[in-house]
Design a protein around this ligand. Structure first.
Ligand code: SOE
Length: 392
């Protein structure tokens, strides 16, 4: 089979890191995977007309606009791809779903549980599909881990340990961006990267988190206004001209899962030396798996029944039989971060055609949103943390 010529016309909203990443994904997907529709990047939307025109020209979007409503109203657009900060997700998604579009929405789904619930409700009634962009589900090694766990290779799950460690905010003069503004981003490290850990954990374990106990911290409470954009943050304009940081820099919590597992989570953008260490380890009575995105082509697997060569085996997840890997390069040649988004585009197009289930659904993402809210609520109420000094 090859990709059909039936087009699926995409309007993408957002010209930042994720907008560029999704653009690449829509273009690459049909070049490496056989798809039931051919994704066609049709319309790029950005708030700032000049900058949007520049990005559109560079990334070869045939049309661009400053008004996302144009994308929703046009009959020749099939998919609305939302790559904007969280404060706009709900409004755009609700309008897009009401207009019969298919929607792909970046994570976290929304800034509040109420918004997330409204999005789930709209998705339930919509003609189009609605998927949330928890991209790490599309890491071949994690998809393999899920297969192994579903196959019973880990057995009854007892422990989930997840850390998402970055360090791009460890410098107190790293500039202020929308990711440090609660009104725009909802929360900080918790929603930006902790949300990935929560989604991955629930998806791998097949269990939902039902209770948490949390502590959160903002180490740097103001940051200089941004000058040039560079990497995730950028370069400060004037270090003395500072804006308040209204989100967390780090969050840590323990969790109880509804299937009996115990979880320990940490999310921080201040783990010096850790650039993008999205790690998870799951231990069961028959074995365990461990993953670190900084070695994304590998999965560590432990089989408790093996009577020789005990210890974790480091499996290279690059064989043609491994999830997604067969579409790419010869074994051992490996993939990178952008491939997750290509796989996400592939699964989205296949879900539009009904070939695979939508994953994660808006309902899955709303469950993550509930956990985020519970973590914040727990961290706000210090009483949930037992002060060690008070114990007699
Ligand atoms: C920034 O922390 C960020 O780009 C997240 O927003 C992404 O979701 C994550 O995949 C990488 O880091």
């Amino acid at each position: 089979m090859t990709t059909t010529t039936s087009p699926l016309r995409i309007a993408l909203i957002g010209t930042g890191f994720m907008g560029r990443m999704h653009t690449q994904a829509w273009r690459t997907a049909p070049r490496f995977f056989d798809l039931p529709y051919r994704p066609v990047p049709a319309l790029l939307i950005g708030r700032r007309p000049e900058a949007t025109a520049e990005v559109a020209a560079r990334l070869e979007w045939p049309e661009h606009s400053a008004d996302w409503r144009e994308a929703v109203e046009r009959d020749d657009i099939d998919v609305i791809d939302i790559c904007t900060p969280g404060d706009t997700h709900a409004e755009i998604a609700l309008a897009a779903l009401a207009a019969g579009k298919h929607v792909l929405c970046e994570k976290p789904l929304a800034n509040t549980v109420a918004e997330a619930d409204a999005m789930v409700d709209a998705a339930t009634r919509a003609a189009g599909i609605a998927m949330c962009g928890f991209s790490y589900r599309r890491t071949p090694a994690l998809a393999l881990a899920r297969e192994l766990i579903a196959d019973g290779r880990v057995g009854e799950i007892r422990h989930v340990r997840a850390q998402y460690l970055q360090d791009w905010l460890s410098d107190p003069d790293a500039p202020h961006t929308w990711r440090m503004d609660r009104d725009r981003a909802g929360s900080g490290a918790l929603g930006d990267i902790g949300a990935h850990s929560i989604d991955t954990a629930q998806w791998l374990a097949g269990q939902n988190i039902e209770a948490v106990s949390a502590a959160m911290r903002t180490f740097v409470t103001s940051r200089p206004r941004r000058g040039a954009v560079e990497g995730l943050g950028g370069v400060a304009a004037d270090p003395t001209d500072r804006l308040p940081v209204t989100v967390d820099d780090a969050a840590a919590f323990t969790a109880r899962f509804d299937g009996g597992a115990l979880g320990v989570f940490e999310a921080t953008r201040m783990a010096t030396g850790r650039r993008n260490a999205n790690r998870i380890e799951i231990s069961g009575d028959r074995g365990a798996i461990a993953f670190d995105f900084e070695r994304m082509n590998e999965l560590e697997v432990y089989d408790a029944a093996a009577d020789v060569a005990q210890g974790f085996r480091r499996v290279q997840v690059t064989e043609a039989r491994h999830p997604y890997a067969g579409a790419w390069w010869p074994a051992g040649h490996g993939l990178g971060y952008e491939h997750l988004f290509t796989h996400q585009a592939v699964d989205f197009v296949r879900a539009v055609a009904g070939e695979v289930p939508v994953s994660p659904t808006f309902a899955d993402a709303a469950q993550v949103q509930r956990v985020l809210a519970a973590v914040e609520q727990s961290a706000e109420h210090d009483s949930i943390l037992t002060p060690v000094a008070t114990v007699a």
